[in-house]
Write a protein that binds this ligand. Structure first.
Ligand code: SF4
Ligand code: SF4
Length: 413
């Protein structure tokens, strides 16, 4: 494992951080806690010393499971990063209350890296007015938090403004080869580093879109390279190539991914990619930008939708439909998952355009407009067919129940 130094404190952090945001699930959809704990301990045993969680991850379960994972002596081996959610803060007292509850949940007397979660211009203004900087001073002086930072999803100008507003120790930004000029981007990364902030990177694989099963056009680009690497390895090496990056967070939930990331993190030195390798990655970037319809990372911050739309689910299948045009299964899955055949309805056409999700989306997506595109392309006759099918299923179920009642009544007493 390679380590990089936090400029203001000299703290040595593993360049691979464990993101506790996408934990492994069991078949029924519940979190596989034992596996999540095993995976994190495995990574810590191999040199990872930074783990990132938040109250918002898995609706509060991430912090709880992390506390279990860090029992048996593991707490002393890692720095915990967790976050203050601005959307749950309405007063200065809320900040103390939330932090105190996090210490309790995490079973620790201090948080090593504490962030204001997912700042944008609006949430930053709100938090400043509520006295967040005085709060940070107080808890830092008391030793309850060791390093103060913020995670960010706004524009570059706001990013500079926040960096200049406080003596931060670190920040966390979305950065990958598709987002070089999006949000904070390379410009923000270099600005923060100039001010001696450590820079933690989230979404290095853009919600998984840059890894795993990639479109044929992209795969052909990787295949043409004389160096054999998986799409994930290309994406991670691109981020670590920047010398001012401190930690890259990876939301690992497959053992094979953990092993691969650990291997790459053992030799991904700054400025280690050649001009040829960077050229190959540029070609992949251009191709992705042409193919992807919606830049959704699947973070889920926009959920729940009051109309019941599964926003990230709909976008994911819509993107899959365009990224893999020869594979017709995306529409089929859309029908099954969101059409209400397997569970409740959650398709894009249910959107009532209330705008609630737009205010929250860190990617600033015009969600209702994009959902209209999804609905037009993916649903067709679905809103007519599904109620008919559901009606048919309801009739069959009712007839079955009536038959059972009748046959019970006929049973001799
Ligand atoms: S705009 Fe549409 S998708 Fe967004 S929260 Fe409102 S109903 Fe849901
Ligand atoms: S639409 Fe925006 S908030 Fe919702 S999952 Fe996608 S990126 Fe996240």
């Amino acid at each position: 494992m390679l380590y990089r130094t936090v400029p203001k404190t000299g703290d040595e952090l593993s360049i691979l951080g464990f993101g506790y945001m996408r934990l492994p699930k069991k078949k029924g959809g519940s979190i596989d806690e034992e596996r999540a704990i095993r995976q994190l301990r495995y990574a810590i045993d191999r040199g990872v010393n930074y783990v990132d969680t938040a109250p918002a991850y898995h609706l509060g379960k991430s912090e709880k499971i992390l506390a279990r994972a860090l029992s048996d002596g593991y707490r002393q081996k890692v720095r915990i990063a967790t976050k203050l959610p601005p959307w749950s803060v309405h007063s200065r007292e809320d900040m103390d209350r939330i932090l105190s509850s996090q210490l309790n949940t995490l079973n620790t007397d201090h948080i090593d890296y504490y962030l204001l979660h997912s700042l944008t211009k609006t949430s930053w203004e709100k938090m400043k007015k509520l006295g967040v900087l005085e709060f940070i001073d107080a808890v830092k002086n008391a030793g309850t938090i060791k390093n103060a930072g913020f995670s960010f999803h706004g524009d570059t100008a706001t990013f500079r403004e926040i960096v200049d507003s406080y003596n931060w120790d670190f920040c966390q930004i979305q950065y990958n080869y598709l987002d070089e000029h999006n949000q904070a981007g390379t410009e923000g990364l270099e600005y923060a580093a100039e001010k001696r902030l450590a820079v933690m990177i989230m979404e290095p694989l853009r919600g998984g879109n840059l890894a795993g099963h990639v479109p044929d056009e992209i795969q052909r680009i990787w295949d043409e390279s004389p160096i054999r690497r998986s799409p994930a390895e290309w994406a991670l090496r691109w981020v670590w190539n920047h010398p001012k990056v401190t930690v890259v967070l990876s939301g690992m939930n497959e053992e094979s991914h953990i092993d691969e990331n650990l291997r790459v993190a053992s030799d991904a030195l700054p400025r280690s990619l050649s001009a040829t390798e960077l050229g190959i990655i540029s070609r992949a970037r251009d191709t992705y930008q042409r193919l992807m319809k919606v830049s959704c990372t699947g973070c889920g911050y926009c959920m729940p939708c009051p109309a019941g739309v599964d926003i990230p689910g709909c976008f994911s299948l819509y993107n899959a439909h365009h990224l893999f045009p020869h594979d017709r299964s995306a529409k089929f899955h859309y029908f099954g998952r969101h059409g209400g055949l397997l569970s409740g309805v959650s398709y894009a056409g249910l959107c009532r355009h209330c705008g609630k999700c737009v205010k929250i989306c860190p990617q600033h997506l015009p969600i209702p407009d994009r959902l209209r595109d999804v609905s037009n392309e993916m649903e067709g006759m679905m809103s007519v067919i599904v109620p008919v099918l559901r009606g048919g299923l309801w009739c069959m179920d009712t007839i079955g129940r009536l038959r059972r009642v009748i046959s019970l009544n006929k049973t001799p007493k």
